[in-house]
Ligand binder design. Structure first.
Ligand SMILES: [Fe+2]
Length: 232
């Protein structure tokens, strides 16, 4: 069923990990914030180590937005190299499921891995409609085959999840270069849209040409580990 859905709709949600393992990986994000906060002049307590990661960056931003943004960028840039998150990204189970969904062998080159965050006080950074391969011109970026989007907590339409314009396409929709790089809404107006629930432990697999965007989040912070997998 998952494989059929991916082949026809360009996305699928599948259980991959023990939810406890994914929740434990949240510690890598807290550790990253701790490490950067200790390197700065501002006293460490300003980084709100008393709070869980779901509240921490928004709470810092309420008092000190620039400081919170620096810590947020440190998470997005480098937190995925933490030991627990690395174990998730390199999981053989994850790769096996992705290889089963993709229509050609995976494993060429090094996968790109990053943390993505959807935080109430940083809504200007949500991603508009796009596909992960926007220009299929034979360059290295175009070798991306399938994306695994792995939320670190239960995520869905009301908790900062993704919206997907479903369908499997032979080429990307045109992207417009503006302040971001996005697909205009009218280009995909005819496609069915879904806002899948992704419980902790699941992964949302996306074909490289499937349009998706980040939904609004006014609640606790949502973090996801994203692995972009290339063709062999
Ligand atoms: Fe994306």
């Amino acid at each position: 069923m998952t494989q059929h859905q991916f082949a026809t709709e360009g996305y699928a949600v599948a259980p991959v990990f023990d939810p406890a393992l994914v929740a434990a990986a949240q510690a890598d994000i807290g550790d990253q914030i701790d490490r950067v906060a200790r390197a700065l002049h501002l006293p460490f307590e300003h980084s709100r180590p008393d709070l869980p990661i779901t509240e921490r960056l928004d709470a810092i931003a309420a008092a000190e937005p620039a400081y919170a943004n620096l810590l947020r960028l440190a998470v997005l840039t480098d937190a995925h190299r933490g030991p627990n998150l690395t174990a998730l990204a390199e999981s053989p189970e994850l790769k096996a499921i992705a290889a089963g969904l993709a229509d050609r062998p995976l494993g060429g080159g090094v996968n790109t891995v990053r943390i993505r965050a959807n935080l109430a006080r940083f809504q200007q950074h949500r991603h508009n409609w796009h596909s992960d391969v926007a220009i299929d011109d034979g360059t290295e970026c175009g070798r991306l085959r399938i994306t695994a989007w792995i939320p670190l907590m239960d995520t869905g339409p009301d908790t900062g999840g993704l919206e997907v314009a479903t369908g499997r396409h032979p080429a990307p929709f045109p992207h417009v270069r503006a302040s971001d790089f996005h697909i205009e809404d009218d280009q995909i107006a005819d496609l069915p849209r879904v806002q899948p629930a992704c419980p902790a432990g699941s992964a949302l697999f996306l074909d490289r040409f499937t349009p998706h965007r980040t939904l609004a989040n006014t609640g606790p912070g949502r973090f996801a580990l994203v692995v972009w997998m290339k063709a062999a």
